[in-house]
Write a protein that binds this ligand. Sequence first.
Ligand SMILES: NC(=O)c1ccc[n+]([C@@H]2O[C@H](COP(=O)([O-])OP(=O)(O)OC[C@H]3O[C@@H](n4cnc5c(N)ncnc54)[C@H](O)[C@@H]3O)[C@@H](O)[C@H]2O)c1
Length: 246
Amino acid sequence: MGRVEGRTAIVTGGARGMGAAHARKLASEGARVVVADVLAEEGKALAHELGDAVVFAELDVRDPEQWAATVETARTHGGEVSILVNNAGILRRTPLADTTVEDWNLVLDINLTGAFLGIQAVAPSMRAAGGGAIINVSSMGGLMAIHPSWAYTASKWALRGLTKVAALDLGSDGIRVNSIHPGFISSPMLDGADEDSLSAGLPLPRVGSPEEVADLVLFLAAEATYSTASEFSIDGGILAGIKAEG
Ligand SMILES: NC(=O)c1ccc[n+]([C@@H]2O[C@H](COP(=O)([O-])OP(=O)(O)OC[C@H]3O[C@@H](n4cnc5c(N)ncnc54)[C@H](O)[C@@H]3O)[C@@H](O)[C@H]2O)c1
């Protein structure tokens, strides 16, 4: 029996990168999964590859109507939703003077408001399921700053606050809400970056894999029954501090 056998999950930004790993892992442990993303081609291909347990739903996380449709797709596909992985996100790296208000709002809308809309859309179904787990994918940039990602850092810190208020509100319904804080993880978001130099000073001197993060997501969805409003780092130890050479 799988660790999330018979449960229904929505993974936003599930078409590629870490989201695809979460969808794959949850499906392999018995969940019915909705891969929800703006990337229709990649999302459909992944759902096709993973078979009957997985369907694709076109979702822009900024749109409440598309959220309502995605929850309906999930209920039809597997029954009431008991796992939500708010994984969709974008990164912008721009100096202060070049950070336009349009770019600022875009990052906040997707990384923060998108997660709020997801929680709002899914909560009634989770209550009907008798409880569930919401995993908000923040970042190490939600525990410290990533320079020069102004809006990204602000959005990922705010996601921690969203996690806390959601945990307070939904705990008595049996819904646990936690945030995870990945460090450098090999995915399209890191494309073009030199992974060796990124990870050189870390206690674990390598980038992480999406599958390692998916293991944490699965643990929070399937077990972790007394954890809510908590922050789970998965970053090779980047928060340990600065290592002095010599
Ligand atoms: N890769 C890293 O090093 C790293 C580190 C810390 C946190 N994260 C976070 O992990 C999450 C996944 O990122 P990734 O590294 O897999 O990158 P990625 O770019 O491969 O994945 C992001 C996914 O989100 C989707 N997405 C973007 N805008 C969307 C929208 N409006 N509606 C629905 N889906 C949308 C994209 O289409 C894509 O599938 C993000 O929230 C990111 O901020 C990544």
